[in-house]
Design a protein around this ligand. Structure first.
Ligand code: DGT
Ligand code: CA
Ligand code: CA
Ligand code: ZN
Length: 585
């Protein structure tokens, strides 16, 4: 964790604690400051070393906050924050992770019941104590109780988008070491699961000690958890990173083993057993002539192990892409030569869901088109928020503004003068009943309509199913955006009958979005697979609010791969003409 992140987290805690004690306005100022400290490119510790004025140069950081940041670097703590912690000794970060529990709730429940931890919150809810507190009722109490398990799990698992950059950085650091022959990420990171327990890395080398030493000295590691002879673990950016070191001839079998999933490994190992072969992390061994195959790890004749593909091939299977290794039929498909030819990030020819400063984006239409051109995209859709339920204040565009924007998009598209086909669309809102809250005539004039749920995300499953079916059947809707509205580790979102929704989408010719924002990854791999099985089309979109967010596309592509998607299933892997044809139908 950079020190900017560390200070931002402190300021956010400050904001929460101020809010919990009933202070108004100030919390918002602290949160804005936190956001800007986190995004600031210069290291905060350098600015703090130069003094308050240098810190106050950061956007939205006023003198008062700047002086607290300097105090933190000079003394190791902030006196006022320490006072607040004493006044309200609750684990505010853990408690506010429960959906429906904000800082004010934490303050009230501490005052009335002395609740300071998740366990205490759960006990109070189970004991029906919360409903007795003024301002709370039985429904709120039940909601809190229902949401505690989700919050607990969220605190244990890291979002893919937070863990993957850590894994990439560790991998490139290790791969550059002289002693390292081969290096690869494994575990759930390599399978691109949407949340990660820990990061796993594998290295092939004969020299173990210098690698363990270099790994624990990795500048981005905040602490060493353990350092053994063939393995080591560190903590970086709040995530555990495990490293294992093996010999080159065992690298492939170790990679296969440590990539998992456990269920996939069991299925593959059983296939080996059927062939008188023994598979473990040390290799694939022929044990047909061996009396006791369980006598040791390396019993029998080694038939594979140096390369992972070699392990699968020796088992008469095609190599299985890591994203498919969840024991969902991939072993049988690999044995039959029936694995899908999965879509790749490089197959995607443009983004069909992006925002500009016309709604809540931070960049102009021209800047976003320029960013698409820089990526050599062939197509780019501008889809700002339409006004409607769940869209903050006047962030969203009304019908008149949408018409106005059409001209601005044309102008920007001409001005950028790049070989990008620019589509003018909108991200319309699906209300709780499934109606689209922008006029039909306006929708009809647009190249593309992405329709997304932004409100009533806690509604029951039947209502959610009906709502989304009605939306995908709307004649002007082309893409169902982030179908559940979930925010990973923060809110579960809608829980519709996925099969029913994707069948309706397939029949209506509406594409299902895989929103590539790593906080969303919505639809997820399972829903993508259901959509493809139903014959629906997928769209992999970043929902970018800034040029750099177009880079998130890889998270969407790998999520689509987890759903067994081929390029032919993906709308934006097609040419601009083919995309237009899909949109016109
Ligand atoms: P995570 O970290 O919870 O997101 O999930 P994974 O899949 O990365 O699991 P992890 O880190 O516990 O172990 C990495 C891989 O190593 C796992 O996918 C399969 C393999 N593995 C580890 N321990 C065992 C084991 O006891 N049995 C089997 N069959 N495989 C194991
Ligand atoms: Ca792991
Ligand atoms: Ca691990
Ligand atoms: Zn949206």
């Amino acid at each position: 964790m950079s020190r900017n992140d560390e200070v931002a987290a402190l300021l956010e805690e400050f904001a929460d604690r101020l809010e919990a004690t009933g202070v108004e306005y100030k919390p918002t100022a602290y949160r804005r400051a936190a956001e800007n400290v986190r995004e600031h490119t210069a290291p905060i510790e350098n600015l703090a070393g130069e003094g308050e004025d240098a810190v106050a140069e950061i956007d939205r950081v006023g003198d008062a906050i700047a002086s607290k940041i300097v105090e933190y670097f000079e003394t190791g703590s902030i006196a006022e924050l320490e006072d607040l912690r004493e006044e309200l000794p609750a684990d505010i970060e853990a408690l506010t992770a429960v959906e429906g529990v904000g800082p004010k709730t934490v303050g009230s429940l501490y005052e009335a019941l002395g609740v300071t931890t998740l366990d205490e919150l759960e006990k109070a809810a189970e004991g029906e104590k919360i409903r007795e507190v003024s301002g709370f009722g039985a429904t709120t109490e039940q909601n809190i109780l229902d949401n505690i398990p989700f919050a607990r799990e969220a605190r244990e698992r890291t979002r893919l988008g937070d863990a993957r950059p850590v894994a990439d950085a560790a991998l490139s650091y290790l791969a550059d070491l002289d002693a390292v022959a081969e290096a690869e990420v494994c575990g759930s990171i390599r399978r691109w699961k949407d949340t990660i327990g820990d990061v796993d890395l594998l290295v092939a080398s004969r020299e173990r000690e210098p690698i363990v030493e270099a790994f624990t000295d990795w500048p981005e590691a905040d602490a060493t958890i353990e350092a053994g002879t063939g393995k080591a673990s560190v903590r970086a950016s709040g995530t555990r990173v495990d490293l294992r070191i093996v010999d080159g001839e065992e690298f492939g079998s170790a990679l296969q083993y440590f990539t998992g999933s456990r269920a996939h490994n069991v299925a593959v190992r059983n296939r080996a057993l059927d062939r008188d072969l023994k598979l473990n992390e040390y290799g694939l061994f022929d044990v047909s002539g061996v009396d006791d195959p369980d006598a040791g790890q390396r019993v029998g004749e080694r038939v594979a192990g140096a390369s992972e593909d070699g392990v699968y091939e020796a088992l008469d299977m095609d190599p299985v892409p890591p994203e498919l290794r969840e024991d969902n039929g991939e072993v049988a498909a690999a044995a039959a030569g029936d694995l899908p030819d999965l879509v790749e990030t490089a197959d995607l020819r443009g983004d069909l869901h992006t925002h500009t400063d016309w709604s809540d984006g931070s960049f102009s239409i021209a800047e976003m088109i320029g960013a698409a051109a820089e990526r050599s995209y062939d197509v780019h859709a501008v889809t700002d928020h339409a006004a409607g339920p769940g869209i903050f204040g006047n962030t969203g565009l009304g019908e008149a503004e949408i018409a106005e924007q059409a001209e601005a998009v044309d102008e920007a598209s001409d001005a950028v003068d790049a070989d990008v086909e620019v589509l003018h669309g909108i991200e319309a809102n699906i209300d709780a009943e499934g109606a689209i809250t922008t006029d039909d005539d306006t929708l009809a004039d647009l190249d593309l309509v992405v329709a997304s749920p932004h409100s009533a995300l806690g509604q029951d499953s039947d209502a959610a199913t009906e709502r989304l079916i009605r939306a995908v059947e709307h004649p002007h809707v082309d893409v169902l955006g982030h179908p559940t509205g979930r925010i990973i580790n923060s809110r579960p979102g809608l829980a519709p009958d996925v099969e029913a929704v994707v069948e309706a989408a397939a029949a209506a010719g509406t594409a299902i979005e895989v929103n590539a924002n790593p906080a969303r990854l919505d639809a997820d791999g399972d829903a993508v697979r259901a959509a493809i099985d139903a014959g629906a089309t997928i769209a992999v979109n970043t929902d970018a609010h800034a040029p750099r967010e177009l880079d998130n596309v890889r998270y969407g592509a790998h999520t689509a791969r987890r759903g067994w998607a081929e390029a032919a299933d993906v709308l934006n892997a097609r040419s601009p003409d083919e995309i237009r044809e899909f949109l016109d139908d």
